[in-house]
Design a protein around this ligand. Structure first.
Ligand code: PNS
Length: 161
């Protein structure tokens, strides 16, 4: 039984994230989406809201669990008995930050491996930050997020169409 832990702030969960969860499900028996705290970010959705939206977005996928985590990621890896951390790589610009995190996590726990997967090209430019910006500025963001997230974003940002 192979388990992968997919951590992120997911504020909000995008089609790029969903793409990765689906891909990971082909390789692992259990995919745990771990909604985590990124000390550098101020999310617009609460932890509970983010977990709920991911659960709704992944409702048709088997072997996917959604959990909220705090503290060090490497401790959650052990707690959930996961074999590896999964992170997405969209562009070369992601690489430096991801390399730093992967190496730091392995330094914190020697057996902590991080694997990277690339989303399909049409999702490779999608980021939570850009989705929020487009939504705030009145652009069409619905193609980039699962329907439950699109609805929640409209409510959160007071967008009435
Ligand atoms: O989606 P994000 O914001 O890029 O995810 C970053 C996240 C949440 C995975 C990272 O900030 C994290 O692992 N936070 C948990 C605390 C921790 O272990 N920090 C050290 C990571 S090197």
């Amino acid at each position: 039984m192979k388990t992968v832990l997919y951590p992120g702030s997911f504020d909000p969960f995008t089609n790029g994230h969903l793409d990765l969860v689906e891909r990971a499900g082909l390789l692992f028996d259990r995919v745990i989406v771990a909604v985590a705290v990124n000390a550098a970010k101020s999310p617009i959705f609460t932890m509970q809201e983010r977990c709920g939206l991911i659960r709704e977005s992944c409702a048709n996928l088997e072997h996917v669990e959604v959990v909220a985590i705090d503290g060090l990621l490497v401790d959650s890896l052990e707690y959930y008995g996961a074999d590896a951390i999964l992170r997405g790589l969209r562009a070369f610009s992601d690489f430096e930050y991801e390399l730093q995190m992967a190496l730091l996590n392995r330094n914190l726990k020697r057996k902590c491996e991080t694997i990277f997967m690339m989303p399909t090209l049409k999702n490779s430019f999608v980021s939570s930050t850009l989705v929020k910006e487009v939504a705030r500025l009145g652009g069409n963001f619905e193609d980039y997020v699962p329907p439950p997230v699109a609805d929640a974003l409209k409510i959160k940002l007071g967008i009435v169409k």
